[in-house]
Design a protein around this ligand. Structure first.
Ligand code: ZN
Length: 319
């Protein structure tokens, strides 16, 4: 299991008024909204993984706020400054298997500062794209955990193709058992986890509410996350300082659009760097040289959503 030097001191803050208050408010806040099944599932999983963490040294933060917009809140977060993910993907027992299942190369994730988790029972493409667009970041690995699962054999679902998903390499859609494996749940914790999943899948809200009191642990919340980052010297004031703001690096993604020659109707997918598109202009004109799609040289007009809005023939090309 992962053991970091300072994990034992993390929750020994019960005499700290601010923290005590924080736990209390989280608990009552959650109680109010348990009518939403998602909150019920999420609270159970948070409680269970937090409790497991006391044993294993893992610190799981519930409802972290890492975005400039603090209304965007994931279900959970694990910091990766201790290289938790690399450790799990290379550990003696199941590391290789995990790396293969997640399709993540432990040598290529130095940029990952944290893992975020979203639990969902809705695995429709619309939902997966919505979650991806909302939570994607260049320095965070996002795990969308399917609490129910449509397929018997497969352990993960491929990310839907969408031009607006900027960091597909940082997003994984995984079956609930893979999440348990990633965290490293075992023995009694694994049994409790499977029970929670079972109740989620059968939508047995009554049973979930009944077992809730047995999992009523204090959680590590956003305040604890901020404290931890401060203590580690990774931020001064705001959690957001720790994460790359997202606009201080050139955007080197490639986008792919389908264009159609206005003369001969030949269609082709073409890829080019997205930073060639000026997002402040309603329409960008792209010149398609002869031989790229067909024998003709033409122009395509692309709007801010990267949709082609029209074409124009080019009659004369001066070399
Ligand atoms: Zn043509």
């Amino acid at each position: 299991m992962i053991l970091t030097s300072n994990n034992t001191s993390e929750l020994n803050l019960d005499d700290d008024a601010e923290n005590t208050q924080n736990y209390a408010s989280i608990q009552s806040e959650a109680l109010v909204s348990y009518e939403d099944p998602h909150n019920l599932f999420s609270s159970h999983l948070s409680s269970l993984i937090t409790e497991f963490g006391h044993k294993s040294g893992l610190i799981y933060y519930t409802n972290p706020k890492i975005y400039q917009d603090e209304t965007i809140v994931a279900d959970g977060l694990i910091l990766n400054d201790t290289q938790f993910l690399q450790y799990r993907l290379t550990s003696q027992g199941d590391g290789k298997n995990l790396a293969a299942q997640f399709d993540i190369d432990a040598g290529k994730i130095a940029h990952v500062k944290a893992l975020q988790f979203i639990y969902t029972t809705d695995l429709s493409w619309e939902k997966l794209i919505e979650i991806s667009l909302k939570y994607q970041r260049m320095d965070v690995m996002l795990f969308i955990v399917g609490l129910s699962w449509p397929l018997q054999s497969e352990q993960f679902i491929s990310l839907p193709q969408d031009n607006q998903i900027e960091f597909p390499e940082n997003i994984r859609i995984i079956r609930h058992n893979l999440f348990a494996d990633l965290v490293g749940l075992e023995d009694n914790y694994k049994m409790q986890y499977n029970l929670i999943i079972h109740y989620c899948q059968s939508n047995n809200i009554k049973a979930l509410k009944q077992i809730l009191h047995s999992l009523n642990n204090p959680l590590y919340t956003n305040i604890n996350l901020k404290d931890a980052l401060k203590r580690k010297g990774l931020i001064k004031n705001k959690i957001q300082e720790f994460f790359t703001s997202g606009d201080n690096k050139p955007d080197v993604r490639e986008i792919i659009i389908t264009v159609k020659c206005p003369t001969c109707q030949m269609t082709k997918k073409i890829g080019f760097p997205i930073n060639l598109i000026n997002k402040s202009k309603p329409l960008n004109t792209i010149s398609i040289p002869a031989q790229l799609v067909c024998d003709h040289h033409f122009q395509a007009f692309v709007d801010q959503n990267l949709k082609v809005r029209g074409y124009q023939k080019v009659d004369v090309v001066l070399e």
